[in-house]
Write a protein that binds this ligand. Structure first.
Ligand code: NAI
Ligand code: NA
Length: 396
């Protein structure tokens, strides 16, 4: 079929397999161009099919030759209906790994469930024995709690007071005022259950009990801080409470890993266009101003540049892992640089529908958004008849 982008709200309903494959190839080329990383050899990535998790998997495999197991929740294709992009990404990743002689297998299902954890542990046992690194990179709006059976829904709301500020519809470029009512306690609790650290702990404890964690095993989850303009709706909002919980959980997991000589880290990453971040109000406007500023200063990075730097300069630099005063890895260091933030702040006050075309990188935003779904890549013939029924080799 001829596959075109079909937009609905914050998502695109279609994905292009060849474009997703091109995206994987580009990311692999980038990692290889930066040279070998003396990193982990057996890696589990939970949330491995898009965004930071996918970039982590690519960095581990093509930066340090790691065998990887990827867990994710994606929709497979049906005749005339494309898969979700993470499906095509994972298919292409496995193919490239195979070509390079690297072990790569995937598990598609709900990572919050006991069943998928057990399936993953069984796969590690039979294929790899143990793992050295576990990347925890889930972003989900819901979690079915495996012990209570309750379906929790996260919220993206401020806490304590109504939030009002500018936001942009990145499809149309229209800047408007948005108002979000404050969360009730239940919203906060649910968001912490979905995006906090409980499930991360469940993974690590289950793996430890099963004996599949290697000596010195490391685990990393991803967090975000960001600027003042997004604080009310992000870091001091419901999602921020979940990130507080996730960050606190790293210390608890480090205790669990102590007798193995292992450690849990949280890495604070840069704001980037992903499926998860596009759904958060205000963030797209901030990102479009940030992209403009960081590109002008030669500091712009995407997920793969961020993850390559996390592995090479932080986790596997041959020495100490540098941490901030709260014990976190910071690869949002360039985003948070005073000169970058000062510029963004002054642009923010000027941003409206007319000025944004000039002062913001809306084109860059849209381009990256299309790229998430495999559209807009050089070297892909989007007019060609394309087979949507692509298999993931290890899943079929
Ligand atoms: P993403 O939406 O690109 O990736 C989410 C991944 O989780 C996908 O692989 C998806 O298949 C998987 N997933 C979702 N629900 C699942 C389930 N129930 N079972 C199994 N897999 C499931 O998101 P992104 O942006 O890469 O986010 C990853 C982490 O990075 C999140 O913790 C996010 O808060 C954090 N982060 C994101 C930033 C951004 O600007 N995008 C900035 C800093 C941190
Ligand atoms: Na991810």
């Amino acid at each position: 079929m001829i596959i075109e982008p079909r937009m609905r709200g914050f998502i695109c309903l279609t994905a292009h397999p060849e474009g997703c494959a091109q995206s994987i190839k580009n990311q692999i080329e980038y990692v290889k161009s930066k040279g070998e990383i003396n990193g982990p050899k057996r890696v589990l990535v939970v949330g491995a099919s898009t965004g930071f998790g996918l970039a982590s998997r690519i960095t581990a495999a093509f930066g340090s030759g790691a065998s990887t197991i990827g867990v994710f929740f994606e929709k497979e294709p049906a005749p005339g209906k494309t898969a979700t992009p993470g499906w095509y990404n994972s298919a292409a990743f496995e193919q490239e790994a195979q070509k390079a002689g690297l072990y790569a297998k995937s598990i598609n299902g709900d990572a919050f469930s006991d069943e998928i954890k057990q399936k993953t542990i069984d796969m590690i046992k039979s294929d790899l024995g143990q793992v050295d690194l576990i990347i925890y990179s889930l972003a989900s709006p819901v979690r079915l709690h495996p012990k209570t059976g309750v379906l929790h829904r996260s919220a993206l709301k401020p806490i304590g007071q109504t939030f009002s500020d500018k936001t942009v519809d990145f499809h149309t470029g229209v800047v408007s005022q948005v108002s979000i009512e404050p969360a009730v306690q239940e919203d906060i609790d649910n968001t912490v259950v979905v995006m906090g650290g409980e499930d991360w702990t469940m993974w690590i404890e289950a793996m430890k009990n099963a004996g599949v964690l290697a000596d010195g095993a490391t685990t990393v989850a991803y967090s975000y801080i960001g600027p003042e303009v997004t604080e009310a709706v992000y870091r001091k909002g419901t999602i921020g409470r979940a990130k507080d919980h996730l960050e606190a959980t790293a210390f608890e997991i480090s205790d669990v890993l102590k007798d193995l000589g292992g450690k849990a880290y949280v890495s604070v990453n840069k704001a980037l266009v992903t499926q998860a971040s596009s759904a958060i109000p205000v963030i797209p406007l901030y990102i479009s101003l940030l992209y403009k500023t960081m590109k002008e200063k030669g500091l712009h990075e995407g997920c793969i540049e961020q993850m390559q730097r996390l592995f090479a300069d932080r986790l596997y630099n041959g020495g100490e892992v540098s941490l901030d005063d709260k014990g976190r890895i910071r690869i949002d260091d360039w985003e948070m640089r005073a000169d970058v933030q000062d510029t963004v702040k002054s642009l923010w006050s000027k941003a409206d529908t007319d000025t944004l075309k000039e002062i913001g990188d809306l084109a860059g935003y849209k381009h990256d958004f299309l790229n998430l779904f495999g559209f807009g890549f050089d070297g892909v013939d989007y007019l060609a008849d394309t087979d949507e029924m692509v298999n993931i080799p290890s899943i079929l």
